[in-house]
Design a protein around this ligand. Structure first.
Ligand code: UD1
Length: 419
């Protein structure tokens, strides 16, 4: 199995180009199934999650092909409605096939995602949404089976105990485009990836009002056609490179980063003492002077993203003083703490809080990645640790970062992939 070797101590310097957003591409891929002609999607990152979604579309009878960074999706033969366990278990975004299959075929069968390393991942809000639109839902043999001879618009509140749900908003949005009449989603997720899906569907011919707000109004039943589209930059990849610059006390310019999607991350870094400035076509991140500890609350967008929790923890582990990180989205998303502590960090967990006592130095060690963002955080820790860090289970990383080791080594990091 492949490993990533990082030798710490080099301040990163230079420019890096931010790729297309994984989390925006995945919903857009399933939404392309709703069109009556092919879609061509540009700026698509080469990632294992995108490959997995290509396989999901294949299982549904559609054709999806990624060349360079352009993805062509032809839904002409989309006539099957089952997303199997083998694919859903490797990538939970496969659940988006629920909304797309219901909309186009009136039936969907999707393996239940179950839990994963970051916590229980319920789908009750997804089911509440499609049931409200008129689908009959049964759960049997580990699969959700939803059927509707006709979907009908209604008002649906999608708030859960942890706030809005990205996934449920995506599924209900897609199903609602096929519903008769008007659907109102209250407490919709306002993550940029949802706004991207709204823009994509509207460009295909849908009629959705309220983009970027928690109240989306969908006038269903419009004919949707294939379009050409370019996906927005990945805010989590950008945020990860911002922390790479900060943790190594470097000076990095991120080309193509969408600054307005990174407000919470920029603000927190500034509070810590990192200089974050808009630069021509991007964002410049550099260190000047000492860093201060910080309290970080992980909240739904526009709050500090859960997908950046592990990375900011790596940074705070190196900042003198006591920082507290509170995770409100995923109750079990602290698996990286134990690995960081093996590198000399001093982090304790108390329920949803991580108490991070900054240490003067981290030391390289063999470590195990437990999920996608945890693996990025261990690489970040490795960039400043004394000696070599060997990150194992790199397959997590390859789900969400394209050529991360090449991008980091172009900035001066000593990093390589080992077979
Ligand atoms: C979530 C994140 C998203 C991130 C992704 C992967 C939020 C709001 N969403 O999206 O930014 O990219 O994880 O890390 O930060 N929930 C329910 N019932 C449901 C669905 C969700 O109670 O039917 C709860 C979840 O347990 C969780 C919260 O709502 O606590 C947000 O979940 P949701 O946004 O649906 O998860 P993802 O779509 O995976």
């Amino acid at each position: 199995m492949q490993k990533i070797s990082v030798k710490g101590g080099k301040p990163l310097k230079g420019e890096v180009i931010v790729g297309g957003s994984k989390n925006a591409t995945l919903p857009v891929m399933t939404a392309a199934l709703l069109a009556d002609s092919p879609c061509s999607i540009q700026n698509v990152p080469h990632l294992n999650d995108i490959k997995t979604m290509t396989q999901v579309l294949g299982k549904l009878g559609a054709k999806a092909e990624l060349k360079d960074h352009k993805l062509s999706i032809d839904p002409a033969k989309f006539d099957k409605f089952e997303a199997p366990y083998e694919l859903v278990k490797t990538m939970r975004a496969s659940i988006y096939s629920l909304g797309a299959c219901l909309a186009r075929l009136g039936e969907a069968k999707v393996s239940l995602p179950g839990g994963c390393a970051i916590g229980a991942r319920p789908i009750d809000l997804h089911l509440k949404g499609v049931e409200a639109l008129g689908a009959k839902v049964t759960i049997e043999h580990g699969y959700v089976h939803a059927k509707a001879s006709k979907l009908k618009g209604t008002t649906i509140l999608l708030a859960g105990p942890h706030g809005p749900s990205l996934g449920a908003t995506v599924n209900v949005l897609m199903a609602a485009t096929a519903a008769e009449g008007t659907t109102v989603i209250e407490s919709a997720s306002i993550e940029p990836e949802v706004t991207e899906l709204v823009d994509f569907l509207n460009a295909m011919g849908a009629s959705i009002e309220g983009r970027g707000t928690p109240r989306l109004v969908i006038h269903g039943g419009k004919r949707l056609k294939g379009i050409e589209y370019s996906v927005l930059p990945d805010r989590i990849e950008a945020g990860t490179f911002m922390i790479a610059a900060a943790i190594t006390r470097g000076d990095v310019t991120l080309k193509g980063a969408e600054i307005s999607h990174l407000t919470a991350v920029s603000e927190k870094l500034r509070q810590i003492g990192v200089l974050v400035e808009e630069s021509d076509g991007g964002l410049r991140v550099r260190s000047a002077g000492d860093y201060r500890p910080a309290d970080v609350w992980i909240l739904p967008y526009p709050g500090f993203p859960t997908d950046m929790q592990a990375q900011i923890m790596a940074l705070l582990a190196t900042v003198p003083g006591v920082s507290v990180i509170t995770e409100t989205i995923w109750e079990n998303r602290f698996m990286h703490v134990f690995e960081m502590n093996r590198m000399g960090a001093d982090i304790a967990i108390d329920r949803s809080h991580a108490v991070v006592k900054g240490v003067p130095k981290l030391t390289g060690a063999p470590v195990m990645a437990s999920d996608l963002r945890a693996s990025a955080a261990l690489i970040l820790a490795g960039l400043v640790a004394e000696g070599e860090t060997l990150v194992q289970r790199v397959y997590h990383l390859d789900r969400g970062y394209e050529r991360i080791e090449q991008k980091l080594s172009a900035l001066g990091a000593e990093i390589k992939r080992l077979d």
